[in-house]
Design a protein around this ligand. Structure first.
Ligand code: AMP
Length: 140
């Protein structure tokens, strides 16, 4: 399937859709998931037209996973979860719903009951607070 430049993450990159941003550099952007699975659920995307992990150059993939680790460390410092899931879905059959490559950073506070989808949209004010808490650990 060809990359669709009108997917919602492409629109976030172009500034056409708002996002609670936590980190940005030349190659990557991190922002809060609007339907978080857990408190602090954050997404990291490359600034490249890649639908999935197979479409991205090694250099951009390296930048994306390094940003993922950096932001995950800040999420861990901000929320002190018991564990941390980092995941990435390729294709609708795997559960992918937004067709711009992204890594999920999902803090885990308790065992069991995990699904990638199905939560309602979170209060934007709470997401803004969470983004600020994570940014505080990236700035320090
Ligand atoms: P996936 O199923 O791996 O493609 O994950 C897509 C993720 O994007 C889901 O966790 C959604 O909650 C999240 N999502 C969808 N639209 C937005 C948006 N506008 N801003 C932030 N996260 C979003």
């Amino acid at each position: 399937m060809a990359y669709d430049p009108n997917n919602v993450f492409a629109k976030i990159l172009r500034g056409e859709v708002p996002a609670h941003k936590v980190f940005e550099d030349d190659a990557t952007l991190a922002f809060m998931d609007i339907m978080p699975q857990t408190r602090g659920h954050t997404l990291v995307i490359p600034k490249a037209e890649a639908e999935n992990i197979f479409d991205l150059s090694p250099e951009m993939l390296t930048a994306t996973i390094l940003t993922t680790r950096k932001v995950a460390a800040a999420v861990r410092a901000a929320f002190e979860p018991e564990g941390m899931m980092i995941g990435q879905l390729n294709g609708a059959m795997a559960g992918q719903t937004v067709f711009h490559l992204h890594f999920h950073i999902i803090p885990r506070y308790e065992p069991g009951g995990f699904r990638f989808h199905g939560k309602p949209a979170e209060d934007p004010d709470l997401l803004a607070d969470h983004a600020a808490a994570i940014r505080a650990h990236l700035d320090s």
